[in-house]
Design a binder for this molecule. Structure first.
Ligand SMILES: O=C[C@H](O)COP(=O)(O)O
Length: 251
């Protein structure tokens, strides 16, 4: 039976773009990015959230790339869920590998941020994934389970309808070394089975698990054919018109 899970493609623009660059991306998205079978969400830098929300088609969701675990206060440089909602955006990416490994965010902090974002009414793209040395040591599952468990510990079963899990092996991010469709499918399948046990069978079968790590217009079709790959979180290629081909990978 075909999956009931709606294909989801996120474009994570990371720390890229000026207003002119954002205009260019929005331009190709608005021209050709409508597919009722695909949920598309783009994540500009926080500076451009409001601008992007105002200019991109309303059928395209807009996500922040991060937010803090409380609503307001003396937290210089951070953004809150309330602010993200206030400018009309409904998603946030949390636990991205660059937050974990460049900025040193812990599993626990990411769990707490996820809890607060969901309570505040945002939907969450929750990222997990192992580093190269962890994969080579045979710890891929253990790392993904540990990172996901920290989120499970902070939320309720009913929250899972507002979460998309992004499996992003760190060794595949921005390196051109995509996980093969078989490697990604294996992790997604294992994680889904584990979620059935740790959360519930219904959450396991309904939650979307998307893949991220050097996804391109050239490899998206093969990745998208796998039954447990429910879409992509795209970095570099989301800045280019190739993104449209990735959105249409299953068309
Ligand atoms: O959030 C997106 C991922 O970090 C993937 O980035 P990438 O497509 O540039 O490898």
């Amino acid at each position: 039976m075909a999956s009931q899970r709606k294909f989801f493609v996120g474009g994570n623009w990371k720390l890229n773009g000026t207003k002119k660059g954002v205009d260019g991306i929005i331009d190709f998205i608005n021209k050709d990015c409508v597919d009722p079978n695909v949920e598309v969400v783009v994540a500009p830098s926080a500076i451009y959230l409001d601008y992007t929300r105002q200019k991109v088609n309303t059928s395209v969701g807009v996500a922040a790339q991060n937010c803090y675990k409380v609503g307001s206060g003396a937290f210089t440089g951070d953004n809150s869920a309330e602010m993200i909602k206030d400018v009309g955006c409904e998603w946030v990416i949390l636990g991205h590998s660059e937050r974990r490994h460049v900025f040193g965010e812990s599993d626990q902090l990411i769990g707490e941020k996820t809890q607060f974002a969901l309570k505040s009414g945002l939907k969450v793209i929750a990222c997990i994934g192992e580093k190269l040395d962890e994969r080579e040591a045979g710890h891929t599952e253990a790392v993904c389970f540990r990172q996901t468990q920290a989120i499970i510990d902070c939320i309720q079963e009913s929250d899972w309808g507002n979460i998309v899990i992004a499996y992003e092996p760190v060794w595949a991010i921005g390196t051109g070394k995509t996980a093969s469709p078989e490697q990604a499918q294996e992790v997604h399948d294992t994680l889904r089975k584990w979620l059935a046990d740790k959360v519930s069978p219904s959450v396991a079968s309904s939650v979307r698990i998307i893949y991220g790590g050097s996804v391109t217009a050239a490899n998206a079709k093969d990745l998208g054919k796998k039954p447990d790959i429910d879409g992509f979180l795209v970095g570099g290629a989301s800045l280019k018109p190739d993104f449209i081909q990735i959105v249409k990978a299953r068309a």
